[in-house]
Design a protein around this ligand. Structure first.
Ligand code: BYC
Length: 339
């Protein structure tokens, strides 16, 4: 995810900003009051430029993550072990594409075009989630992504359903419902493998060993090193901090791992009675930043695949535009005839 790449240049006005200082003060006051009362901000409302930029950054990064996130699992569609698994996986990967589209639409309400956002992604200026830069080496990875990656996504995204920006909050409600199905299908797929042969159980454990730590890092840097968190929380964009969400995720996942019969690869993982939460070992933040900065195992491949897919789809966009133009022309002609 994540750069300021889609930011408009400083000083660019939102459509409702006026040059008068008093009027801006009044609007700022109304905005603050609405945020303090936990109200919603809608696209036509005045908003401070920094609020708009922060939302644009987060929502567009989120959209890019959904689109790039189609690749690691999409890689297994042709090799799914049964028709049922293939149909489920196809539906899931299509859902992720749909999530990206809702999110690009939400981001467009903030005054940037989809072309600008995609250009930032394709030229490597935009970030997307670190987690999608790891390879899917076995069929068990598909189940583990559903269980852990979608599980982490739900933990992060349910609070965003209460985000102060209306279009983002509404998109998240629908996305979370679908993510919940994704998480369950992953768990069910792993449960099936764990009831299978020793080799299948070993394949699941090996996949969990690879994904566990990158999934914990997915929640973002520790609160003390998270430059955007404080303001994001004050504006009601983020409702829970990176560390709080990570902790909730660990606490929810440990009992699920026990049901599956999987060992989570952390010797320091244990219940802390005093904190009423699990303690866990240190996350390798150097690895996280290396991946975020473009040097993960699959960064280059993911971006190249995305750019290629965009180029391959040029004829579809051209056909859709030609169709829309023809329809507009027909409508105008029938209006003239009716007049
Ligand atoms: N990867 O100040 P912080 C899915 C960046 S899609 C890369 O804490 P913030 C799914 C961060 O952007 C999952 N970069 O930032 C799809 C910032 O850099 P910039 C995507 C990361 O925004 C398909 C810097 O580190 N979910 O689940 O307050 C299949 C400092 O961070 C990451 C979302 O996008 C990362 N993991 O908090 C299956 C949810 N973490 O921008 C599943 C919406 C941090 O200043 N986003 N960075 O250059 C969020 O909730 C927040 O943006 C984050 C980061 C918690 C991710």
């Amino acid at each position: 995810m994540y750069t300021q790449a889609m930011d408009v240049p400083p000083g660019t006005s939102s459509p409702h900003e006026t040059p008068s200082a008093t009027s801006v003060d009044l609007r700022q006051h109304a905005f603050d009051e609405r945020i303090d009362a936990d109200g919603r901000i809608e696209p036509r409302d005045w908003m401070p430029e920094a609020y708009r930029r922060t939302l644009l950054r987060q929502i567009s990064q989120h959209a890019h993550s959904e689109i790039i996130g189609m690749q690691p699992e999409g890689n297994w569609i042709s090799r799914a072990p049964s028709l049922k698994r293939k149909a489920i996986l196809l539906a899931k990967v299509q859902d992720e594409g749909g999530h990206g589209l809702y999110l690009y639409s939400a981001a467009e309400t903030l005054g940037t075009s989809r072309e600008q956002m995609l250009d930032a992604l394709h030229t490597g200026r935009a970030k997307y989630s670190s987690i999608f830069n790891y390879p899917t080496l076995s069929w068990a990875d598909v189940g583990v992504i559903g269980w852990l990656v979608d599980g982490a996504a739900i933990m992060n995204q349910v609070p965003i359903c209460r985000c102060s920006y209306g279009p983002y909050a509404r998109a998240m409600i629908r996305i979370c419902k679908e993510e919940s199905f994704h998480q369950r299908q992953g768990f069910e797929s792993l449960m099936t493998l764990m009831r299978g042969t020793d080799a299948q159980r070993a394949m699941v454990q090996e996949a969990v060993d690879r994904w566990w730590w990158p999934v914990l890092a997915m929640f973002g840097p520790p609160d003390a090193d998270s430059p955007n968190s404080a303001q994001g929380m004050r504006w009601g964009i983020k409702r829970l901090s990176n560390d709080a969400l990570r902790q909730k995720f660990v606490d929810a996942t440990v009992p699920q791992a026990a049901v599956l019969g999987i060992t989570l690869p952390d010797p320091e993982l244990r219940w802390n009675e005093a904190r009423q939460a699990h303690d866990f070992g240190p996350i390798d933040w150097d690895d996280f930043w290396s991946v975020v900065n473009g040097n993960g195992p699959c960064n280059r491949e993911r971006l190249a695949t995305r750019v290629q897919a965009h180029e391959d789809g040029a004829w579809v966009r051209e056909a859709a535009l030609a169709h829309a133009a023809r329809r507009r022309q027909h409508e105008q002609e029938s209006m003239k005839e009716a007049a």
